[in-house]
Design a binder for this molecule. Structure first.
Ligand code: ADP
Ligand code: MG
Length: 259
């Protein structure tokens, strides 16, 4: 078994506190694909990301989410993570008292146990795992000292975003959803994060990058599909050139075309 899965979102309707935010989202991703979801602020991108990982405040009222053909709607966040889903948060939370490297090791081992039978590296000793972490730190451009700090505590905005990508790199999920990994970063950091995403989006894993701006997408080695997300739906899907068009012309033409 390899690190691959198919995600299907079918006619997904989601409400938060009684208000409908997702209004029939359809999206399918295959192994090894890199997808971008682009859309205006407030269109429901984070809602989609949270819903995929079972955030308790979001209620699915219609439709389904399938992983390898099976509905995951009844599964908790933790159960979905153990099936190989990963979410990199738009606004990562600081977790005082939880050591970053301890967190990564615990999460890695727990995921490896859940994905038994998949071809995942086994690290017997803490030292071996530290070596693996250091290799990945380099990829995302974080210094080694971060490993001895608490998860996200006192990290700058850019460091938090790199830390999310580090988690993805280390944990090797089957499907990663990164919610605005570029927001609040200067251009050098955007490039570094994009490079890290490219390095870790292995040949079998799927990466979904949610973003407001096309700039991060230019730095990705590979981008298979671009989805325009607005009004709580995927309105249009195209290849990488669609991102350029959105950057130069904005979203209005898509909204008009699909009104
Ligand atoms: P995006 O990530 O595309 O900017 P969001 O998914 O964060 O959009 O938000 C979608 C919509 O849901 C917005 O209209 C937003 O105001 C609304 N929303 C977000 N959080 C809450 C909340 N806590 N309570 C009520 N509405 C919310
Ligand atoms: Mg958002």
């Amino acid at each position: 078994m390899r690190n691959m899965a198919i995600l299907e979102i079918k006619n997904l309707h989601v409400t938060r506190e009684g208000k409908e935010i997702l209004k029939g989202v359809n999206l399918k991703t295959g192994p090894g694909e890199v997808h971008a979801i682009m859309g205006p602020n407030g269109s429901g991108k984070s809602t989609l990301a949270y819903t995929l990982l079972a955030h308790p405040k979001y209620e699915v009222t219609q439709g389904d989410i399938l992983l390898d053909g099976e509905s995951i709607l009844e599964l908790t966040a933790d159960e979905r993570a153990k099936k190989g889903l990963f979410l990199g948060f738009q606004y990562p939370t600081e977790v005082a008292g939880v050591g970053f490297s301890h967190f990564l090791r615990t999460a890695y081992n727990s995921l490896s146990k859940a994905l038994e039978g998949d071809d995942r590296e086994v690290f017997i000793t803490v030292r071996e795992f530290q070596k693996y972490l250091k290799e990945n730190l380099e990829k995302v451009g974080l210094k080694e000292e971060f490993l001895s700090r608490y998860l996200n505590e006192g990290f700058s905005g850019g460091e938090k975003k790199r830390a999310e990508v580090l988690q993805m790199a280390v944990l090797k999920p089957k499907i990663s959803i990164l919610d605005e990994p570029d927001s609040g970063l200067d251009i050098d950091a955007v490039q570094a994060v994009a490079k890290a995403i490219s390095q870790v989006s292995g040949k079998d894993a799927t990466v979904i990058v949610i973003t407001h701006y096309a700039r991060i997408l230019k730095f990705l080695d590979k981008l298979d599909f671009v989805h325009v997300f607005a009004r709580g739906q995927v309105l249009k899907t195209g290849d990488a050139s669609l991102a350029d068009k959105l950057e130069s012309e904005g979203y209005d033409w898509v909204l008009e075309q699909t009104a």
